[in-house]
Design a protein around this ligand. Structure first.
Ligand SMILES: *[C@@H]1O[C@H](CO)[C@@H](O)[C@H](O)[C@H]1NC(C)=O
Ligand SMILES: *[C@@H]1O[C@H](CO)[C@@H](O)[C@H](O)[C@H]1NC(C)=O
Length: 511
């Protein structure tokens, strides 16, 4: 018995000793002297801070940034060191740098699904693809999606009518289906009607892939490929990808057939007034010129689908909740809509959306307080100097904590308060442009940000024009933010809706 105990102690001491030795040899160890950070426990490093609920995890990072006064700090996850940034000077330095364009290792978990699309690709491939794909987001093309957003918004409002005048309900799933329809229509010209058939195999597969990626990033043992392969998460991933990729292949084949009879449009930007376009068609048009395989096209398409779905869904959820929570803000948005559209129900055009200035402030404030892409990460390939001459050594990953950046009280006083006036033109002017970067910034910024802003404005137009939104007083109906691939709410988005139009009195209807 005693022998066994001694053996265990020796093994334990050896393991710890080996860890210290490895750590001692690791040249990246100098970050411990450059940046403050909590005590590094042998072997696991600071990974135990992740051993908590997803709700608490969101707070952990915000609290850490606060306790280090929004200055850079470091953490070790197992053997990997990270430097966390939540000040705008360093954010600017990092996002403007041409040496820090490659995303961090964690993005590899997206690869089975997204391959080497714009989100995940590196170096020259990324540079080339970004150049090729940028024209697909030209405003001449974007305004062709307004009708899609408008029509799907109409179906969305019809769905909400079932709750008119009723008690609180969770609107999140309705939003999820709305944004999925918007994307499938715009990217693929595919009418899956997710709002009407929310349980179709494709819809479920896309939803489940979010779960898979979350599990891989935040469950420590699933980060090891060998362990992952044995898990039920891997089986779920396989099943979902068969459905998603199978669907892509089928659509690409069908659309190619159709394209044979059509004139290319992208080069000339000459479209018929009412003609519908889709990203897929634009990619197929370029295919031969740029030498893309069908697989390359599939990867870019899936990237649009992924990057444009959860992000917009989550933001719209928090946006609708914020409008419901702040009746005064909602009323101001409604007044603005009346000023622009009057009593008409027309589909907005470019100048209408530009005129929705207060609505835009409300969306920006939502993106600040509920920054759904809470962080972006970069791999340091060559030593990188931050402001104040702090050098991040090669092999470290830099994480920009956008949600903490957006809560720095020096830039956003009373950061926990929802206040769209922070984005009024006067206040905006005085703030450094890198202090608010919900779509990231620099050359790797979000290519779809205009697409997303238009989509959100048109949805707000539809819903606020038709309904008065409110929340209940019960604490269990309040949003509870939690980390995920994007920020979400543990208990959904619980609101009440009340139609603004007075119902026709039943006496009249009887006549
Ligand atoms: C974060 O800080 C707040 C306020 O200081 C505290 O109430 C909360 O428990 C902290 N949360 C975590 C997860 O550390
Ligand atoms: C947008 O629509 C309004 C109302 O129909 C119209 O007055 C305005 O000229 C249009 N703007 C553009 C840029 O088409």
């Amino acid at each position: 018995m005693l022998g066994l105990l001694i053996l265990l102690v020796i093994i334990f001491a050896l393991v710890i000793g080996l860890d210290y030795y490895n750590h001692y040899k690791d040249p990246r160890r100098i970050i411990d002297r450059i940046f403050p950070g909590p005590f590094r426990i042998p072997i696991v490093g600071n990974a135990l801070i992740a051993a908590c609920s997803r709700e608490a995890f969101y707070r952990v990072y915000l609290n850490l940034s606060k306790s280090y006064d929004y200055k850079p700090f470091r953490l070790w996850f197992l053997k990997q060191p990270y430097v966390f940034i939540s000040d705008y000077e360093n954010t600017k330095k990092i996002l403007s740098s041409n040496d820090l364009l490659d995303k961090a290792e964690d993005y590899r978990y997206f690869e089975p699904w997204l391959g080497q699309g714009l989100l995940t690709s590196k170096g020259d491939k990324w540079r080339r693809d970004r150049k090729i794909i940028t024209p697909a987001f030209h405003f001449q093309i974007l305004h062709r999606f307004f009708q899609i957003f408008y029509d799907n918004g109409e179906i969305f409002c019809e769905k909400l009518t079932a709750h008119d005048g009723g008690d609180v309900f969770d609107v999140f799933e309705y939003i999820e289906m709305l944004t999925l329809d918007n994307l499938c229509n715009a990217a693929l010209k595919l009418d899956i009607q997710a709002q009407l058939n929310p349980f179709s195999a494709l819809v479920c597969a896309i939803q489940n892939m979010g779960v898979v990626i979350y599990n891989r990033i935040f469950t420590l043992w699933l980060r090891y490929d060998a362990m992952f392969r044995l898990s039920s998460t891997a089986r779920l991933q396989k099943k979902c990808l068969e459905i998603i990729h199978g669907n892509d292949v089928k659509i690409i084949r069908e659309r190619k057939e159709e394209m044979k009879t059509k004139q290319p449009k992208l080069k000339t930007m000459e479209f018929d007034e009412k003609e519908k376009v889709a990203f897929l068609d634009l990619l197929l048009e370029m295919q031969d010129d740029v030498g893309y395989t069908d697989e390359d096209i599939r990867e870019q398409l899936d990237t649009f689908m992924f990057a444009g779905h959860d992000t917009v869904t989550a933001t719209l959820g928090f946006l609708i909740y914020s409008l419901a929570e702040h009746p005064d803000v909602q009323e101001k948005v409604y007044r603005e809509l009346l000023d622009i559209y009057g009593e008409s129900e027309r589909c907005p055009n470019f100048s209408d959306l530009q005129d929705m200035k207060y609505t835009e402030q409300v969306i920006k404030e939502t993106l600040r307080l509920y920054t759904v892409v809470t962080a972006v990460a970069r791999r340091v390939e060559e030593d990188f100097e931050l402001s104040e001459h702090q050098v991040v050594p090669k092999g470290v990953e830099i994480v920009l904590l956008l949600s903490a950046l957006h809560r720095n009280p020096e830039i956003f006083p009373n950061p926990d308060i929802f206040d769209p006036d922070r984005f009024s033109p006067e206040v905006n002017q005085e703030r450094d442009s890198f202090a608010f970067v919900p779509f990231s910034a620099g050359s790797r910024n979000c290519i779809g940000q205009k697409f997303a802003m238009h989509e959100m404005k048109i949805t707000v137009y539809k819903i606020v024009k038709k309904f008065k939104l409110s929340i209940s007083d019960k604490p269990e109906d309040k949003v509870r933010t939690r980390t995920g691939v994007v920020l979400s709410s543990t208990n959904g988005i619980r609101i009440k809706v009340q139609s603004r139009k007075k119902k026709t009195p039943s006496k009249l209807a009887d006549q």
